[in-house]
Design a protein around this ligand. Structure first.
Ligand SMILES: C[S@@+](CC[C@H](N)C(=O)[O-])C[C@H]1O[C@@H](n2cnc3c(N)ncnc32)[C@H](O)[C@@H]1O
Length: 255
């Protein structure tokens, strides 16, 4: 059976099961991805206050780790159903997922003396400064649509590009589309997976482009990015094919 992909995210991807199965616990992989996103998003080389989470899915895992100086945050995804989960959380509506363990862990990373107080402040920050939830499509030359003219200082993207691209040539092209959202000197914080070909959400299999680190670095160079730092580690994930994979998180600067 063909792997799900593209607009399948709009009607065949279950956001709440995805959250439960991929973000519902703190295993070594989530500790690695969250810690390194925290380190890179808080890096003092990052400038400006406009941040885009591109391909956010239903996940707040990246935005919870952002410093408070980001006062203009946009979250974007292909699937309106994913954005709806974020909107409902922002509006204080009940969703079938609890982010407490990620808030608690990030508060510890931040050295918070009072975890509850830190969490309350962070929730307030997100509810105030996530200014827009918008649809996007990385396959398009203008991935936020022709009417979206603002540039960002930092783009964060997590496990998105390799789900969208079907070939290395597409991966390169899509990374260029993301780069077009940044000015020269803007920063990219990206996390993704190497060696993965598919992952399962609610018994449905979704495509993932098999990448090597050379492919990723090549694509970054081709999109005019200079890699400032990159961390990667091997993990085993039962819902992934193959289960043995490597996850990376990197910080890059657009030339
Ligand atoms: C594996 S999920 C990752 C979600 C989230 N960033 C995270 O780290 O948990 C992949 C996300 O990429 C999005 N996506 C897939 N194809 C896309 C495209 N062409 N343009 C933008 N987003 C896309 C999906 O809707 C989905 O939310």
């Amino acid at each position: 059976m063909a792997l799900l992909h593209g607009t399948d995210y709009c009607d065949k991807f279950s956001p709440e099961i995805f959250l439960k199965d991929f973000w519902g616990y703190l295993d070594d992989q989530n500790i690695f991805t969250i810690s390194n996103a925290y380190i890179f998003l808080n890096d003092e080389r990052l400038t400006g206050h406009r941040l885009l989470d591109f391909g956010c899915g239903p996940s707040l895992s990246g935005m919870i780790t952002t410093p408070e100086r980001f006062s203009d945050i946009v979250m974007a995804d292909l699937a309106p159903s994913n954005l709806d989960i974020i909107r409902r959380w922002m509006d204080g509506e009940k969703i079938n997922f609890n982010w407490d363990h990620i808030f608690r862990f990030t508060a510890e990373l931040a050295g918070a003396k009072d975890v509850s107080e830190w969490t309350e402040r962070k929730i307030g920050h997100l509810k105030t400064f996530v200014k827009k939830l918008v649809t996007c499509d990385v396959t398009k030359e203008l991935p936020l649509g022709p009417d979206y003219v603002e540039a960002f200082d930092v783009v964060f993207t997590s496990f998105c590009l390799a789900t969208a691209a079907k070939s290395i040539a597409e991966y390169k092209q899509f990374l260029k589309h993301v780069a077009s959202l940044l000015p020269s000197g803007g920063h990219l914080v990206m996390r993704d997976t190497l060696n993965l070909t598919a992952y399962t959400v609610h018994n449905k299999k979704f495509h993932f482009l098999k990448l090597s680190m050379v492919d990723v670095k090549d694509a970054l160079c081709n999109a005019q990015f200079e890699v400032l730092e990159c961390k990667s580690e091997n993990f085993s994930m039962p819902l992934c094919e193959p289960p043995e994979l490597s996850v990376f998180v990197l910080l890059a600067r657009k030339a």
